[in-house]
Design a binder for this molecule. Structure first.
Ligand SMILES: [Zn+2]
Length: 448
């Protein structure tokens, strides 16, 4: 069984184990899913939940592994609609294997791999390659496809061909689709195919060469700014296009108060739009850049305290549906340079749940909804996001809500180290993660 916590990702050989009808008893925890919360033991057989019983009445069958969940929450595994796993092409930053280990340690059992790889996932060949690499991963990895060939914003990618391979989310993430006419056609195809268009909303003509939020900090540091309105105008454009095409639109990593207001109004008028926010935009502001650390450089940029509070409000009232990581690993040399030269992006998978739980005083059910069953529904990811009931696929995480821990970059499973939360004490840690019936993360100290 696994090595020492907290970096005890343990997996491989799932096929043979499942063939033996491995059994696993998760005992002593409180099950929380979309139907509410109750004390219950969970018995897993093979890759599915076999029984959920209150009052610790389940006895471990002979040969079963036991995971102690005393004092913990047993929840559906988390689902990330937005992670950059960098493979193929930037394996020095991350691979599907290392990214999936980071995901499992963060409680994730499903991750959407963004298509801005090298080459990008704009062809069946690259999508097939990601799917093949995903076979050995310790969570489900679902490739997203690009909207345009090469993410160049000129010609639509073969969306129908990619959708036939199972791709359900299309995005040119890293940048937005600038041409409104092209985006309209993408949405028309997406609507016909029943897939989601996920846009990175930044108008390039307003962003220019900006590297941080346009405002007091950009002025103080003498850096070119990226204004909030660059996001707002594309959010408004995409909402209008979704309205006329009927497409399902998902707005990635919103950062500005004005964007939250736009989404709130769109939802009130019945447009099929969903929106996400990242842990870093919920927990950090442009003030974190005052010390000139490139760890805090990200697109869209960290904005003002007012923006951060509007994002929290949007998540609280359901305007923002999802917390997604935008996990963006970069090797040290890409960050260890000037603010203008440094690569934008931050790690997220291993810290997301704890950051949200620590920084926001939200009910756990709200946090889990935004990080598990709502993203599973938006992404059309069957078998993820619960419920924790007999017959459901056994994709689960066990969370110790009382556990305090300090983020140590050197101990993260990601191949990169660019976390903005280095040294920060967080509350809440994933103790175990079970993917397809297999305990891929096990806290050794909690085993019996
Ligand atoms: Zn993006």
């Amino acid at each position: 069984m696994p090595s020492a916590w907290p970096c005890s990702t343990y997996y491989s050989d799932r096929g043979p184990r499942l063939a033996r009808e491995r059994q696993l008893l998760i005992t002593g925890g409180t099950v929380v899913d979309q139907s509410g919360s109750r004390r219950a033991d969970v018995l897993v057989k093979g890759d599915a939940i076999a029984a959920v019983e209150g009052g610790r009445v389940l006895r471990a069958p002979a040969g079963a592994d036991v995971l102690d969940a005393s004092g913990c929450v047993v929840a559906p595994g988390l689902v990330d609609l937005h992670a950059h796993l960098r493979e193929p092409g930037a394996e020095e930053a991350e691979t599907i294997e290392t990214g999936s280990r980071a995901a499992a340690l963060g409680g994730y059992t499903a991750v959407v791999a963004m298509p801005n790889t090298s080459p990008p996932a704009d062809s069946a060949a690259v999508v097939r390659q990601v799917l093949q690499l995903a076979n050995g991963a310790c969570c489900e990895v679902l490739p997203a496809g690009t909207i345009t060939v090469g993410r160049e914003g000129r010609v639509l990618a073969p969306m129908a061909e990619l959708a036939a391979l199972g791709v359900k989310i299309f995005s040119d993430d890293g940048s937005g689709v600038q041409d409104a006419g092209l985006m309209r056609r993408a949405m028309e195809y997406a609507s016909a195919l029943g897939v989601v268009i996920a846009d990175h909303c930044e108008d390039a003509s307003l962003v220019g060469s900006g590297v941080v939020n346009e405002g007091a900090i950009s002025s103080a540091l003498g850096l070119p700014g990226r204004p909030a309105v660059s996001e707002e105008v594309m959010v408004l454009r995409d909402i209008a296009l979704a309205h006329v095409t009927g497409a399902r639109l998902h707005l990635l990593h919103l950062s500005a108060a004005t964007s939250v207001a736009a989404v709130r109004a769109a939802k009130a008028s019945g447009v099929a739009v969903s929106a996400e926010v990242t842990p870093h935009h919920l927990a950090l502001t442009e003030d974190n850049l005052a010390a000139y650390s490139t760890a805090f450089k990200v697109n869209p940029p960290l904005r003002t305290f007012t923006d951060m509070m509007a994002l929290r409000g949007g998540l609280g009232d359901g305007t923002l549906d999802v917390v997604a990581t935008d996990h963006a690993p970069h090797p040290e040399e890409a960050k260890d340079t000037s603010m203008c030269e440094a690569a934008p992006g931050m790690l997220g998978l291993e810290t997301a749940l704890a950051v949200v739980f620590s920084e926001l005083n939200f009910p756990l059910e709200r946090v889990l909804a935004a990080m598990s069953w709502v993203p599973a529904r938006i992404g059309g990811i069957a078998g993820q996001g619960g419920p924790v009931t007999p017959g459901s696929p056994a994709n689960l995480c066990v969370i110790d809500l009382a556990r305090r821990w300090v983020v140590q970059p050197g101990k993260l499973a990601s191949r990169s180290r660019n976390t903005p939360f280095a040294g920060r004490e967080l509350l809440g840690k994933v103790r175990h993660t079970v993917f397809a019936g297999e305990p891929v993360v096990v806290a050794e100290e909690a085993q019996r």
